[in-house]
Design a protein. Sequence first.
Length: 221
Amino acid sequence: MRDRLEAALEGNLVDFMAEELDLTERAVTSGVHGRADRLKAALRQDVISGGLGRRVARSWQSKNYPTHGASLGAAAYVYTKAETLIEAFDAGVTIKSRDGFWLAIPTPSAPKRGMGRKRINPSNFPEHRFGPLRFVYRPQGASLLVVDNQRQTKAGNYTLSRSKRALSSGNGLSTVPMFWLIPQARLRRRLNVGAVTRTVAAGLAGDIDAAFKTTRRRRLR
């Protein structure tokens, strides 16, 4: 640094300071934006390690400022498009029914999609295919919503029998649980957003320093 200052005093101090500012702006911008990319990658890995899958992991995104050029005020914003889900698994929360009664959890026998191709729940359950849901209370364990008179298909799925003979005799027909009903469910904490963020952010100063040492000076005059 001393040699550079002596060279500046012998030459043009104004040009030297402009070059120093340009170098610092690029080093700060490189360090901040690079650290944001690392944070996004670390948060995505945290989601995958927590068992929530790559689709949720990709909900983590980042935006860099400025979008072009360099600045001493460079910044980056790392955020998720699945904020509610991330918050729930980061804190570990108790989920209750909105109407204060039961949470309906689809069983493996339930269709994946309901009316309108929406995620299955009792309100959009396709009763025209399976028949009406029937409530079965169980004092021990989860209560159930079931459908009666089901015939198993070759694919292993179920459908409402239309056979008058089978319906009258009950032969070959089953009652199939479609939903478990529970008062509440506790989500186990699977994510560590705060810890990941603190760990990654701690390396920002080192990144800026490294960028300052390796970024090539540009002659502005």
